[in-house]
Write a protein of this length. Structure first.
Length: 275
């Protein structure tokens, strides 16, 4: 598996994180090529990780066992169509990390019958704390599944879904999710300042509390509901605060927010497929 040649098409933020994660994980950089029109980005990736750089997408694909499409969704159609001949003649595994681009559209742009894995990472992948969900098309072998998973596992947790449609729900939950937590942090920080804490203390206490709660929830075999009940003494301060949040409709708000994000994900996918 570790001698499979991987070509990244697009050498931006996510490709840099994935390459960094793979190399830190022991993947031989000699087997990794990054393609980008920007020579400066390639030089940085080459200097940082010892990988190969190229400005010729098709030539890199011609040598690759796996191709990671890491360009912006808006340019993916143009990029995919420009490398379709190389993909059809080499027949590598293709892994797309582009948000919202459906497999049927990508297959059409690449000429069809490609072993394709579509994935949805999220921004904490930049610090190797991502959550990525993958979906494989029928032509993907077990070995190729393993290769796709090892690329994305280099930047965090990976999960598979059997139904591509679930990627819209995933986009609403983990794809957009970091921003929900940032909003909660903002709100708690502002509330702390409102109670008279200094801004730097309010921020630090908010962030450390978020980190501590997330780590406790990850490390415990109990559900968040059980953990919450355990720190909520009857008649205490936490209970009073949680009552206010429940009465304010926090669960209904999250339910509606995620439905809205899921619907927007579906709309954007249709737009990307038609453009
Ligand atoms: N960043 C995230 O947190 C995140 C999360 C989930 C999914 N994703 C997905 O990851 C993908 C990449 O995102 P990103 O944030 O890494 O974007 P990015 O930093 O803009 O990287 C994309 C790179 O592709 C290059 N590029 C453009 N046209 C190209 C071509 N024809 N051939 C080769 N390279 C080309 C771009 O160069 P120029 O800048 O010169 O155009 C840029 O360096 C997107 O599809 C996004 O949906 C990202």
């Amino acid at each position: 598996m570790r001698t499979q040649k991987i070509a990244f098409i697009g050498g931006g933020n996510m490709a840099g994180s994935l390459i960094g994660g793979l190399v830190a994980d022991g993947y031989d950089p000699a087997y990794i090529t990054a393609c980008d029109p920007d020579r400066t980005k390639l030089d940085q990736l080459q200097a940082g990780y010892g990988i190969q750089g190229s400005d010729d997408n098709s030539a890199a694909i011609g040598q690759a066992d796996a191709v990671v499409l890491a360009v912006k969704p808006q340019v993916l159609k143009e990029v995919a169509e420009s490398v379709a001949t190389a993909v059809q003649s080499r027949r590598p595994l293709v892994v797309s990390i582009a948000a919202g681009v459906r497999e049927a559209d990508l297959q059409r742009w690449l000429g069809g019958e490609v072993a394709l894995v579509r994935s949805m990472p999220n921004t904490p992948a930049m610090i190797q704390a991502g959550a990525t969900v993958l979906h494989a098309t029928a032509g993907v072998s077990e070995r190729q599944r393993g290769l796709a998973e090892s690329v994305l596992r280099a930047v965090g947790l990976t999960l598979w879904v059997e139904d591509e449609m679930q990627l819209d729900a995933v986009t609403a939950l983990s794809g957009s999710g970091p921003a929900y937590f940032f909003l909660i942090m903002e709100a708690m920080e502002e509330a702390g300042i409102g109670l008279g804490l200094s801004p730097d203390k309010a921020r630090l206490l908010t962030l450390q509390t978020a980190l501590g709660a997330a780590r406790m929830a990850m490390e415990s075999s109990d559900s968040p509901a059980v953990l919450r009940a355990r720190v909520t003494s009857p008649g205490g301060t936490t209970e009073r605060a949680l009552d206010t949040l429940e009465k304010g409709g926090i669960r209904g708000l999250f339910s509606q927010a995620l439905k809205d994000a899921r619907d927007r994900s579906q709309e954007l996918s249709t737009l990307l497929g038609n453009h």
